[in-house]
Design a binder for this molecule. Structure first.
Ligand SMILES: [Zn+2]
Length: 225
């Protein structure tokens, strides 16, 4: 197989993967109308695949996904890319270990973002997945690199794969697009549970050393190996 054929095959695989993962955003009630998006880096290239802008979730297919370079310029695709493409591109440039990203306005997590309040680590499931609180990133307007820069600055100092961008919503990263989707699902789940706990009193903190132990076990031991 030629290098060009291999690259085309890699792009097709990411198109299928990213297209299918959008259904998970709907399944877990993370999105309304056409908001929200998933992207995935094409392994071994300086390219990523992202959702087109303003397309209904039930019309998303591998073929209408948009292929972009790491400047966010469209390389392949008839539609315009998601309006969050510049933010995804910035994160891929700045964080080479990131291979997938998700953005949603999922309601409970975004309610924390609206208050600019990090979600405290008061659940073992949060310690497992996020290794501490879910942090808040700065208020930033769309249209330049401010959102991407805010995501990177916040997540670099945190074990959390999710950031609540103030007054906006959730951005997650992962070593795959699927891992970023999982982080977005778990972020909304813990945002809701901690919100519910708050209605009846003050949630109890988990000691930092226990958070560390839970995180280490979950990241290294849990699940099928
Ligand atoms: Zn948004």
């Amino acid at each position: 197989m030629t290098a060009a054929a291999r690259a085309a095959e890699a792009v097709d695989a990411v198109r299928r993967d990213v297209s299918e993962l959008h259904a998970e955003l709907v399944r877990y009630h993370l999105v309304a109308w056409t908001s929200g998006n998933v992207s995935g880096r094409v392994p071994g290239t300086d390219l990523f695949v992202i959702k087109p802008s303003g397309v209904d979730y039930d019309r998303i297919t591998p073929d209408n996904m948009i292929l972009c370079d790491l400047d966010g310029t469209v390389v392949e695709g008839d539609l315009s890319p998601s309006s969050d493409t510049a933010a995804h591109a910035y994160v891929y440039r700045a964080m080479p270990e990131v291979n997938g990203q998700v953005h949603t306005h999922s309601p409970y997590a975004t309610a924390w973002a609206a208050r600019g309040e990090p979600i405290p680590c008061v659940l073992t499931a949060m310690a497992d997945e996020f290794g501490g609180p879910i942090p808040v990133g700065p208020f930033a307007l769309i249209g330049n690199d401010d959102i991407g820069r805010g995501i990177v600055q916040t997540l670099r100092g945190s074990r959390s794969p999710a950031v609540l961008m103030q007054n906006h919503g959730v951005f997650t990263i992962g070593d795959s697009a699927r891992a970023a989707v999982k982080a977005a699902v778990m972020c909304e789940d813990v945002a809701r549970t901690v919100h519910l706990a708050r209605q009846l009193g003050d949630p109890l903190p988990i000691a930092p050393e226990d958070v560390d132990r839970l995180y280490a076990r979950y990241q290294n031991v849990y699940g099928q190996r």
